[in-house]
Design a protein around this ligand. Structure first.
Ligand code: ZN
Length: 450
């Protein structure tokens, strides 16, 4: 009999870490970081010390002590002895932080299976920040249709639509049981057909267990959500009805949203201004022919914003190596200021200081294309609005979620009709139980027999 053990994603949105075991073979589905990771002990600049490996994490129980999983150097200053790998493989559903971040602690000898596009995201993440050494791993890429055999366990990745490209659900066949894992998915994005295909294949597999995400499983949806095409249409209305600069902010890895704003800029004969980091990510992702994204080096509608450095001369030596390839496409604050009516600018909250140099005209629209704040006392949200007020900018909230809504989750669970259902990636697992008799409440770090 197969066994499931949940090390994360239980009563929380994110942090998925799911162990599947049969006949001594153990694989992990995702190994992400919780959104509330360490909030009780760490804040601001007070964070776990990289030099202490997993020592600071284990001190506060922030990561599970799993034998035969972690790299030897990460365990050097902990009480968990290093063992040769006892986990046969890790499978990553997609490249969001809450599904992949803790991979950096995993023993590099353990193979990590991931989508072709997800690998490009991981490389870009590694090359443009000092965050984590992802490269060390023995990556094995897959696409839909591939079946990966790990001892007696066969994993079949099936693409789904989510707010990042290269997202997959998994159909896992152990000798005696079939388990379906949804990863994160939605049905209102540009590729809803992918999610529909996944649901169909999952249903045909007649699974014994379904591990289902429930991000938007809530008594009442409080936030306004649109479809991706509505975000595009409404942004187009905003851009086409102003002669001022339009600023947008969105999750950096949401390439559907990037494409929506790119299309709106092109349609309105404007150029899209992006950061060197976005240009770098695009230059990686164009390597995947399935993604249909503009090449920042060749596309005439994309230009790259370089911040002023100390020398004031925009000398390439002032910039990181990875920032330099796009300097032919460079625009600076003076150019942006002078060409406001011809531009749409991708501006991240943490880059707001650039507004002081750009000096946008009062009345310039700002499209916040991310989730609304989780609490009314969100400090960043307050600061964001102070900046917009200071520059007399007009705020618009326009977002399409990366997840199924409540009704869609319920009908997915009904449709797939597994013998047992385990909610993950949700704060409201009890609501699943109300609507489907096969639902079991997932318990953290306890064995669930399939
Ligand atoms: Zn996700």
């Amino acid at each position: 009999m197969a066994k499931l053990r949940f090390y994360g994603g239980v009563d929380e949105i994110g942090g998925n870490k799911i162990l599947v075991e049969e006949k001594g073979t153990r694989i992990l589905l995702d190994f992400g970081q919780s959104f509330n990771f360490g909030v009780e002990y760490f804040a601001g600049w007070l964070s776990p010390r990289a030099i202490n490996g997993l020592g600071d994490h284990f001190e506060f129980g922030l990561l599970p002590k799993i034998s035969g999983l972690y790299a030897e150097n990460q365990l050097a200053r902990t009480d968990l002895p290093y063992r040769e790998p006892e986990i046969a493989a890790v499978f990553l559903s997609h490249g969001h932080f809450d599904h992949v971040a803790h991979i950096c602690f995993v023993d590099p000898q353990i193979p990590v299976y991931l989508g072709v596009g997800t690998k490009l995201f991981m490389e870009s993440m590694e090359e443009t920040s000092s965050f984590c050494d992802y490269k060390a791993h023995a990556y094995q890429t897959f696409r839909t249709g591939k079946k990966i055999k790990v001892d007696d366990i066969v994993v079949e990745p099936v693409h789904v639509d989510h707010s990042i490209p290269a997202a997959y659900g998994f159909i896992i066949r152990t000798g005696e049981s079939t388990i379906v894992y949804t990863g994160d998915l939605r049905l209102h994005g540009p590729r809803k057909d992918l999610t529909e295909e996944f649901i169909m294949k999952a249903k045909d597999a007649e699974p014994d267990a379904l591990i289902c995400e429930g991000t938007r499983m809530a008594l009442k949806e409080k936030r306004k959500n649109y479809s991706e095409s509505q975000v595009g249409e409404m942004s187009d209305k905003i851009v086409s009805s102003t002669d001022k600069m339009v600023f947008v902010t969105h999750y950096s890895r949401d390439m559907d949203r990037f494409r929506s704003f790119y299309n709106v800029a092109v349609k309105n004969s404007r150029k899209l201004v992006v950061s060197p980091k976005t240009a770098y990510l695009l230059s990686k992702l164009v390597q995947d022919e399935h993604l249909d994204l503009p090449d920042p080096l060749k596309d005439e509608h994309v230009c790259v914003y370089y911040k002023r450095k100390k020398s004031g001369t925009y000398d390439d030596r002032d910039y990181y190596l990875w920032e330099r390839p796009f300097m032919d496409k460079m625009v600076n604050c003076e150019f942006v200021h002078e060409n406001q009516r011809n531009l749409v600018m991708d501006l991240d909250f943490y880059q707001f200081a650039e507004l002081i140099d750009i000096r946008p005209e009062p009345g310039s629209p700002f499209i916040h294309s991310m989730s609304e704040p989780f609490s009314e006392e969100d400090i960043e949200d307050e600061v964001l609005h102070n900046w917009l007020d200071h520059f007399g900018m007009q705020f618009h909230q326009l977002h399409a979620s990366g997840h199924l809504n409540k009704e869609q989750i319920i009908s997915l669970v009904d449709e797939i009709d597994a013998k047992k259902v385990f909610p993950v990636h949700t704060e409201n697992a009890y609501l699943f139980k109300k609507v489907n008799r096969h639902v079991q409440l997932t318990k953290r770090e306890k064995d669930h027999i399939i």
